[in-house]
Design a protein around this ligand. Structure first.
Ligand SMILES: Nc1ncnc2c1ncn2[C@@H]1O[C@H](COP(=O)(O)OP(=O)(O)OP(=O)(O)O)[C@@H](O)[C@H]1O
Ligand SMILES: [Mg+2]
Length: 218
């Protein structure tokens, strides 16, 4: 359902994505790994329709991003590497705010349910009182409001404690299976990647990840 074909992306003279291609289908959890600066976030932004490749094309369900990015955007959930939530609003107010922007309407109990699914129970706490890991969880809950069929997560477990990380990993696996969601996510924690992902895609030229994750690259 996802096809990335020969994508190139440069910033100035620096080529970050060099003829990058991959395919993926619904129900898969794919780990995107590579060293710092390899281009993982750049690729996720392109897949989230928030940035355009210089050349090459991305297709979702056979329809190109170039022509159909507005329709695709409605089906995509994206958690950026830099947390993007309103600091002066409470957890629940953030959910309500983003729910208003969503093409899929959600009731208040449904919004609370999304928070409870990932064990974020401080619904009436202002975001600026939350820890970094809790903010990340909130960002994840926000990305699920539109019932995405394609979920892109840029380091969703960075700074999150071990117990919550395991819970989020389990949650993502279950979601891929139950909702037939395609999930692509980045992490620098290789044991987590091995535990959560069906398969790994390495980005960049460095052979280090290809060697240590050889069994997971299918
Ligand atoms: N908006 C931008 N303008 C200029 N250069 C950029 C921009 N965004 C990213 N880069 C550069 O592109 C390269 C890839 O960055 P990217 O954020 O995609 O890497 P990454 O694999 O996500 O790294 P990390 O593991 O540190 O998150 C880096 O050299 C970065 O400095
Ligand atoms: Mg990154």
């Amino acid at each position: 359902m996802l096809e990335v074909k020969s994508v190139n992306k440069s910033y100035g003279r620096r080529r970050v994505l060099d003829d990058f291609s991959m395919t993926a289908k619904r129900g898969e959890v794919i780990g995107l790994v590579g060293e710092n600066g390899a281009g993982k976030s750049t690729l996720l932004k392109i897949l989230a329709t928030l940035s355009k490749p210089d050349s090459g094309e991305v297709y979702l369900n056979g329809k190109s991003y170039r022509k159909h990015f507005k329709a695709h955007r409605k089906r995509i959930g994206y958690v950026p590497q830099d947390i993007a939530v309103w600091e002066d609003l409470t957890v629940l107010e953030n959910m309500k705010f983003f729910a208003r922007l969503s093409p899929v309407k959600k009731t208040l109990p449904e919004l609370k349910g999304l928070l409870n699914n990932i064990q974020l129970d401080r619904h009436d706490t202002k975001v600026n009182k939350l820890s970094g890991g809790m903010k990340r969880k909130l960002n994840l809950a926000i990305s699920l409001i539109n019932d995405p069929e394609f979920l892109l997560l840029d380091e969703p477990t960075a700074g999150i404690d071990l117990k919550s990380r395991i819970e989020i990993g389990e949650f993502l696996k279950t979601m891929a299976v139950n909702n037939d969601t395609l999930i692509i996510y980045t992490s620098h924690d290789m044991s987590e990647i091995k535990e959560v992902c069906d398969r790994v895609v390495v980005i960049g030229q460095d052979s280090f990840y290809r060697e240590i994750l050889a069994d997971y690259i299918k």
